[in-house]
Design a protein around this ligand. Sequence first.
Ligand SMILES: Cc1cc2nc3c(=O)[nH]c(=O)nc-3n(C[C@H](O)[C@H](O)[C@H](O)COP(=O)(O)OP(=O)(O)OC[C@H]3O[C@@H](n4cnc5c(N)ncnc54)[C@H](O)[C@@H]3O)c2cc1C
Ligand code: FES
Length: 391
Amino acid sequence: MPGGSLTSSRIFRDYKVVAKLAESDVITSFTLALADGADAPAYRPGQYLVFRLLVNGAAVLRNYSVSGDPADARVLRIAVKRESAPMAHVPAGLGSNHLHDHVRVGDILTAAGPMGDFVLCEASQRPVVLLSGGVGLTPMMCMLHRLVKSSQRRVFFIHACENGKVHAFANEVRALAGMREGVAVHFCYRSPDSVDLGFHSQGLLAREQLQALLPLDDYDFYLCGPGLFMQANWRMLRGLGVDQQRIHYEFFGPATVLEEQGAPAEVVAERVPVVPEASVSQAPTALPAIRKPEQMQVESNTAATGLQVSFMPSGTVVDWSDGCESLLELAELSGLNPDFNCRAGLCNTCMSTLVSGQIEYFEPPLDDPPPGRMLLCCSRPLGPVVIEIDA
Ligand SMILES: Cc1cc2nc3c(=O)[nH]c(=O)nc-3n(C[C@H](O)[C@H](O)[C@H](O)COP(=O)(O)OP(=O)(O)OC[C@H]3O[C@@H](n4cnc5c(N)ncnc54)[C@H](O)[C@@H]3O)c2cc1C
Ligand code: FES
């Protein structure tokens, strides 16, 4: 494991870009070394860095998974998909386009981490299925390096994407698979070009295909990709009888964008922790969701506190209840839908304006909000508060 301390993962550090490479028409990788010359921080395959990017004079936080070889103590590699505008009059993705267009070799990027719970379980000896869609392959690359070089476990690397133009790391995956026995690769292109040769199946990944690819066994599944890919494949795996405890997963896409696309509630959460062990006995066919307002109730054994919380601009006024975890949860319980992403003080998506009153953080924000601003997901009120939720 590279040097550094896991406990320092919430500190922002400067990284120098030592290489920048187009891995496909839409995905570019950036290889980063700590600017002070120290070894890269320690991490587990699957973890990500949180970047503080200065875009048009404003700081934005964006997460990018470590996608390189975890045995390399000197550098970390990330790979970023350029997020184009989904329709006219909508801006293109801020962070990804900034990285693609303006960040060059020699530039300094500031990032915290690596962090995250979507990690390869190396205590297990079960065969592993790495199942990714689109840019969801980035954490799988890191896992594949580790599995090929440091284990004898059987590995099935299954990747779905549009076609060869957008397919990143195809040669790297093939080369890794060629390094030892027991590593199988399957590339599935939704609509291959006439020039595409190196794919194994066409269309959407189907149940029969997965059954044919995977001999009957007890696997650890790792799943990462766009919301609809995640939903379809989660359902497929559960339909094939795969235990929920065996499916580890992570979402990449912004929650609000998924909502706007009319995706079902099950895929609205952007980033959901690895399936909790406590929920093993249930057998849902849909991904466990971060709780939605209509599914939640303030626990009945907790008394209302008399602390009034006013949410603007809706004018919703509610009493704070100690049964609520955070002001974000209170807002959701009240029928409001503030934007959120990490729900852990890491991404600033839930940043709102504290119009009056005082709050406390039960989880310190990774990056302190500017004066007058606050994070909903990791705070509670200390008295009556008025909060303006960003539109
Ligand atoms: C744990 C984790 C790991 C991740 N790892 C990776 C990774 O390895 N590689 C990677 O590429 N990404 C990764 N992501 C996603 C990444 O963090 C960013 O969310 C992604 O790059 C998009 O950021 P952006 O600033 O470019 O786009 P944003 O500015 O956040 O916009 C996102 C999309 O919304 C559209 N949009 C903007 N405004 C509107 C609007 N008003 N209405 C409708 N649509 C709008 C944009 O055009 C764009 O397509 C990861 C995310 C998480 C949570
Ligand atoms: S949702 Fe990420 S900081 Fe609140």
